[in-house]
Design a protein around this ligand. Structure first.
Ligand code: M6R
Length: 610
């Protein structure tokens, strides 16, 4: 959540920072701001709304070799200009941009107020600006680094922080604790960002700061140091330049571009990982050999939001194919309930961004308690990926739209590979393994066939967009699909959409059913078809309108209902395909309602605050 960009070098900070911020807007778009140092003079600007608003307010000669910028997703205080970052100290010398949350902001604020500081915002970040300025004033050498170290020694909470001081006009000081910061090394210039996307078009040579690490950045490079001021050695790593590709490529929205990319993305996650002869998957990145895989007694998947729902799909695949007990849990809950961590359990952290702080903290907690964690992560080198013992990269390519699509499909496919691998070292027969490998190989083309029906699905979406509330139902394999369908719908249409197990209808939700409340029913052609059809009858008998997502030729009990026919895979893999039309439904309903599909209100792409 929120994005940080910084720069030191000859290009001038403002253009680099503004460009970087617009590439990070998907992390927050409530407000934005910038501060630049031009010799010994600091200038800053802040504005409400997207980065474009900020760009428009900047005077032409807003120049300076060093600068920091921020795009905000509000945590403390509403989205106003006063609450936008950078925050400046009362004496005007220090400016701070910050991602994360300062837990003890209230007592620090009271202390500073008692010392005469007048606060101008509701944010926790402003405390940091004043505290650092006070400490610079007190430091005999006036050292910004020392002041940042001393200030953060008094702070509880999480931060990715960039600080400038107009009395040290050649530098930015950075600090990381629980919120990522990356330094990109150029030729006589240095870039800073909370996310690779902001800087990868300038350089692919980067240093990821670790938690508890600090850095001084100048045009000629960086020096990293610990809380005790001891210099550390951090050789740069090379990153994939393509991860910065954020263009629309002729599509109107990132979400549409990304769901249309799914056939190609699906090929990429499967490429080189299917073994049709042995009917298994080759997953070297897991760092688990057959013996280690056989020793696993339980699988626990953790993730947030849609990634958690795909985790439910995955847990079910694992139980079905490997007969290992498996379940999924919201990572945002996991670490707060003093979980039992077992050495024979394989923990699977699933995340598109790899920066979701709840998922990251859960991984760290599991590892602290001696558990082994593998990651199913899209962004290479992200915090979750680096915190895990091994994993499966999703290879979905950059995902910009807040509403995730292609990454989720690739997560489900990666789970299928994991389930296959775990199954084949146990009792899953070679014939079943080969059946699934063959089915997996067909999935990219089958996704394409669903996408080819976009026009028809848009017609259904138009009708659904008129309803103020909807039900999504499914059972067993269909239930996580229904949950994800409801999630996507509410995320971008702002309509109330609720998912239920169809088996639970009679226990309460049936009371909601009326002609005004449409139900989207996920009905795979599997052993539960009869039970699913019975639920459809219960709804139809009470005047409920139905849209059934099923497969060609499936008899939905002779009911005259609207339907979307999705190509049939093997039953274990059907959830992968059944999810795709629900993305298109949400997208077209949101368009119908005139919403900003890529930037839904109140949300951000990566949730980096707990
Ligand atoms: O980057 P992650 O996969 O960890 O993100 C988890 C959720 O925040 C994310 O899936 C969210 O629910 C999406 N906006 C869904 O479309």
């Amino acid at each position: 959540m929120c994005g940080i960009v910084g720069y030191a070098g000859p290009q001038g900070a403002a253009p680099v920072v503004l460009d970087g911020l617009s590439r990070l807007e998907y992390r927050g778009y409530d407000s934005a701001g910038i501060a630049v140092l031009d010799g010994g003079r600091m200038r800053s600007r802040r504005s409400v709304g997207p980065v474009e608003n900020l760009r428009r307010t900047l005077p032409e000669e807003f120049s300076g070799a060093v600068g920091i910028g921020h795009t905000r997703w509000a945590t403390h205080g509403p989205a106003t200009r006063e609450n936008a970052h950078p925050h400046r100290s009362q004496d005007g010398h220090v400016a701070v941009v910050h991602n994360g949350i300062i837990d003890n902001a209230a007592p620090l604020r009271a202390e500073l107020a008692a010392a005469g500081v007048e606060f101008t915002s509701d944010t926790d970040t402003e405390v940091l600006a004043h505290l650092i300025a006070h400490l610079v004033a007190r430091s005999p050498a006036g050292s910004l680094e020392e002041a940042v170290l001393d200030a953060l020694a008094r702070v509880e909470g999480t931060y990715g922080l960039a600080v400038v001081d107009d009395r040290r006009p050649d530098r930015l000081v950075l600090a990381r604790n629980g919120s990522p910061l990356i330094v990109g090394l150029g030729d006589g210039e240095t870039f800073v960002a909370s996310d690779l996307a902001a800087i990868v078009r300038h350089t692919t040579s980067v240093v990821h700061l670790e938690d508890g690490e600090f850095a001084t950045v100048t045009a000629s490079g960086l020096r990293t140091f610990t809380r005790d001021g001891v210099t550390t050695s951090r050789p740069p790593v090379r990153v994939d330049g393509r991860s910065g590709h954020r263009e629309l490529d002729g599509q109107g929205h990132h979400m549409r571009k990304e769901f249309l990319e799914q056939p190609a993305a699906a090929r990429d996650v499967l490429r080189g990982r299917l073994d049709s002869r042995l009917g298994t998957a080759r997953l070297d990145g897991l760092n688990l050999d057959a013996r280690a895989l056989r020793a696993i007694r339980r699988v626990k998947v953790i993730g947030c939001g849609s990634s958690y729902y795909v985790g439910q799909v995955g847990a079910q695949m694992i139980e079905e194919l490997a007969r290992v007990p498996a379940d999924a849990e919201a990572a945002s809950e996991f670490r707060y309930r003093d979980p039992v961590v077992e050495p024979t359990t394989l923990y699977v952290a699933v995340s598109q961004s790899g920066e979701t702080v709840d998922t990251l903290f859960a991984v760290e907690e599991i590892r602290r308690r001696g558990g082994q964690v593998v990651g199913l992560v899209n962004v290479v080198g992200s915090s979750v990926a680096r915190a895990c013992d091994g994993g499966i990269y999703l290879h979905a390519g950059p995902e910009v739209s807040v509403a995730s699509t292609k990454a989720l499909t690739n997560m489900a496919l990666a789970f299928a590979l994991l389930a296959l691998d775990l199954g084949r070292v146990r009792d899953l027969s070679i014939a079943d393994g080969q059946r699934l490998v063959e089915a997996l190989g067909r999935i990219p083309d089958q996704i394409q066939r669903i996408l080819d029906d976009e026009g028809e699905i848009a017609g259904h979406a138009e009708e659904l967009s008129l309803a103020s509330s909807l039900l999504f139902i499914g059972r067993v394999r269909g239930y996580p699909v229904a949950r994800e369908g409801a999630q996507k719908f509410k995320e971008i249409t702002y309509r109330h959409a609720e998912a239920y197990q169809s088996s639970e209808l009679k226990h309460g939700p049936l009371a909601l059913v009326s002609p005004d409340l449409p139900t989207v029913a996920v009905v795979p052609d599997d052993e539960l078809l009869g039970r699913n059809v019975a639920a459809l009858h219960e709804i139809a008998a009470r005047g409920g309108r139905l849209l059934v997502v099923t497969h060609p030729g499936v008899d939905v009990g002779g009911l005259d209902v609207r339907r979307i026919d999705v190509p049939k895979s093997e039953p274990e893999l059907d959830p992968v395909l059944l999810t795709v039309p629900l993305q298109l439904l949400a997208y077209h309903a949101a368009l119908e309602l005139g919403h900003d599909v890529d930037r839904p209100r109140n949300l951000a792409k990566s949730v980096t605050v707990a």
